[in-house]
Ligand binder design. Structure first.
Ligand code: ATP
Ligand code: MG
Length: 437
């Protein structure tokens, strides 16, 4: 049986563009505030069956809370319809539904009454609610003096003790301490096993996977996909990773543009100095401050990819990483050597090698050949930082065909905060012995 049915729902908000600055302005000019309609939910349809636990995931501002508010009835849709069957209890924004000047106990009565319990029913549940919230010491204090975690404890305890048919939860659990969060999860599992329908919004994807039967992914006001939690979470994380990559590429381009500008200035400065000292040397056609060589072989692109050859700039420490050098041969050469160097942003050399050191002979390359040489790192054991990469191709004696000095960059993030440059493969052992007395 469908207990939640959302059909073609659209919801927009007025976003005011400019405000009259003073009261005088408003009175004299009677200027109307200009606004634009912002579409927070765009033609959304969703059906939830009795007893299902459905998670909503999506980036900040994608429309999850708006959907929950529509389900609760705090907001009304512009178009479309919403049908809810059964008693709905909701945990939306923190403190919503509480009166700040009333005590915790008084708020329990008010809240439970709003949720449809009689005074007698509330009295019989009161102790259970207070015990669950662990707020015995504070229950006679006005809730205005509560911390956000305490607010949440009270709201959660009331919301679940009224035994709703449908429970809507938006994010709030995150403010609870680890022990209370654990307790909430256990309680939600219990409700789930009793057949309560739950709609759960959270950025805690672990909790999402543990609790939900189905996950709905909302992006930019639309439902983009729904399905089994693991699959949806993977898809969503892949999307987030791609978005992060795009951002890093944009940032990288900005940095490169700034560097280009800087370089032009630097070159001008060099030329200026040379004029002053009357020296004859100047940068040749093929030389800039960070690239030189005769271009018999030309490096045309250096990119970083994952194992599926997708371009990436952001990596996690320990990730697979491939550095791909694309080149073009302008004049035939014998046995060229390709090399790579990795440096920290403050120019500390982390590692460098080349095909000669690694005994990987390239052979002879003919004019007009195009090629790609890749350098695979199965585990990128660097600590979190931004790294600069030098790529070069030269002859066996080190005469450069094309040398790109720290012209490429990638970023490493890590889930741990170890320090230094390289993550050394390691483990700890503690052997503790006590002298027998
Ligand atoms: N009352 C409002 N007035 C104007 N705009 C609003 C209002 N409520 C929400 N919005 C806008 O609607 C969009 C969706 O907001 P919503 O709160 O539903 O996002 P969300 O998915 O819950 O995000 P988060 O993960 O940050 O909680 C946002 O761009 C938000 O600014
Ligand atoms: Mg929200």
């Amino acid at each position: 049986m469908d207990v939640i049915k959302v059909t073609d729902v659209t919801k927009s908000f007025k976003v005011f563009k400019e405000r009259s600055s003073t009261l005088k302005d408003r009175i004299i000019f009677r200027r109307k505030n200009k606004y634009e309609a912002f579409l927070a939910l765009d033609n959304v349809s969703l059906t939830i069956k009795k007893g299902e636990t459905v998670g909503l995931i999506g980036r900040n501002g994608s429309g999850k809370s708006t959907l929950l508010k529509l389900l609760t009835g705090i907001l009304y849709p512009d178009n479309g319809s919403i049908n809810m069957t059964g008693k709905v209890s909701s945990l939306l924004e923190l403190g919503a539904g509480f009166h700040p000047d009333f005590t915790g106990r008084e708020n329990i009565f008010m809240n439970a009454a709003i949720l449809g319990l009689s005074k007698k029913q509330i009295k019989s549940k009161l102790n259970e609610i207070i015990t669950f919230s662990e707020l015995q010491e504070y229950i006679e204090n006005p809730v205005r003096s509560y911390s956000s975690g305490m607010y949440m404890r009270l709201a959660f305890s009331v919301a679940i003790m009224v035994e709703p048919d449908i429970l809507l939860i938006d994010e709030v659990l995150a403010v609870g301490d680890a022990a209370f969060q654990q307790k909430c999860m256990e309680q939600l599992m219990k409700l789930k096993s009793k057949g309560t329908t739950i709609v759960f919004v959270s950025h805690d994807l672990g909790a999402m996977e543990k609790l939900c039967d189905r996950v709905v992914w909302i992006n930019k006001s639309k439902i983009v996909d729904e399905g089994k939690p693991r699959r949806m979470i993977d898809k969503y994380l892949t999307y987030l990773g791609e978005e992060e990559n795009k951002r890093l590429i944009r940032e990288d381009e900005d940095i490169s543009n700034n560097l280009e500008e800087l370089k032009v200035d630097e070159i001008k400065e060099i030329e200026l100095t040379q004029d002053i000292t009357n020296e004859t040397t100047s940068l040749t056609e093929h030389e800039t401050v960070d690239r030189w060589g005769n271009r018999n072989i030309e490096i045309i692109e250096v990119m970083f990819t994952d194992e599926n050859n997708n371009k990436k700039i952001g990596f996690m420490s320990g990730d697979f990483m491939r550095i791909v050098i694309r080149y073009k041969v302008n004049h035939s050469v014998n046995s060229p050597v390709f090399g790579l160097g990795i440096h920290t942003i403050d120019h500390i050399n982390c590692y460098g090698t080349n095909t000669y050191i690694d005994q990987y002979p390239i052979g002879n390359l003919n004019a007009n050949d195009n090629g790609e040489i890749s350098f695979t790192i199965t585990s990128l054991d660097l600590v979190a930082n931004t790294y600069l990469v030098t790529a070069a191709v030269h002859d066996i004696n080190g005469n450069q065909y094309d040398y790109h000095d720290k012209r490429f960059s990638f970023k490493v993030s890590s889930t741990v905060s170890d320090v230094g440059i390289a993550k050394l493969n390691h483990h700890w052992i503690n052997e503790n012995s006590r002298e027998e007395s």
